[in-house]
Design a protein around this ligand. Structure first.
Ligand code: PRP
Ligand code: URA
Ligand code: MG
Length: 222
């Protein structure tokens, strides 16, 4: 696995990278990587890991005081200060992470960005995009289990920037060093969350050790 200190990132870029290394996350990720893990369990784990990661990626959401009357007395509590959120899965594999985040933020809107990598050039091709009409007022959580070359993620970030979105956070489960550098170099403000920093890409731009093709494993299309 890669070490966060050996990625050649600047201190400013390091501050925008979070590796979610909670023991439960690492345990679930090990099962996800296992080639013996079947479609149903794989899909369940992607959803659960997205929930854990969403918890970390929303840690700085602002609160405001609210008065609550318990059965015993009134007290001042905190509730979310009305932050509006959009979840933006990169199709297909990103769809697997949507429900886990919706479990945390049920009022979030969902936009879709359809990208497919060309198997030879590894360049992403956009085939579908649909965002909520007020997306520029929302914090956007782009979700995709895999960050390999970074081509798909940077194209999705550019699409959201063109739509006027200011607060963009990219949530992936497994990242290659190449993809981490590409994303943090590409956009000076995006924040990146990953559960694992893997070693490298192979000649077909698949992540090593990785978990194979996330889309095929989620949807059983291999
Ligand atoms: O960082 P990159 O080099 O762009 O690679 C990562 C992308 O590749 C995979 O999608 P894929 O194109 O296989 O589409 P799918 O989700 O429909 O399987 C993955 O889910 C990412 O979107
Ligand atoms: O390892 C990889 C790279 C891209 N897409 C995947 O699904 N897996
Ligand atoms: Mg795929």
């Amino acid at each position: 696995m890669a070490n966060v200190n050996n990625l050649g990132l600047t201190l400013e870029q390091l501050a925008r990278l979070t590796v979610v290394d909670h023991p439960l996350v690492q345990h679930k990720l090990s099962i996800l990587r296992d080639e013996q893990t079947g479609t149903k369990q794989f899909r369940d784990l992607v959803r659960e890991l997205a929930l854990f990661e969403g918890y970390e990626a929303t840690r700085d959401f602002e609160l405001e005081p609210v008065q609550v009357k318990t059965p015993l007395e009134e007290c001042t509590c905190q509730h979310l200060a009305g932050k509006k959120v959009a979840i933006v899965p990169i199709l297909r594999a990103g769809l697997g992470m949507v429900d886990g985040i919706l479990d945390l933020i049920p009022a979030a809107r969902v936009g879709h960005v359809g990208m497919e990598r060309d198997p030879k050039t590894h360049e992403p091709h956009e085939y579908y995009c649909k965002l909520p009409p007020d997306v520029e007022q929302r914090t956007c959580l782009i979700v995709d289990p895999m960050l390999a070359t970074g081509g798909s993620a940077t194209a999705a970030i550019q699409y959201l920037r063109d739509a006027g979105v200011r607060d963009i956070r990219l949530l992936v489960l497994v990242a290659a060093p190449e993809g981490v550098r590409a994303v943090l170099d590409f956009d000076p403000d995006v924040r990146l969350y990953t559960c694992a920093l893997d070693r490298e890409l192979n000649g077909s731009a698949y992540i090593l050790p990785g978990l194979g093709d996330a889309g095929d494993r989620i949807f059983g299309t291999r």
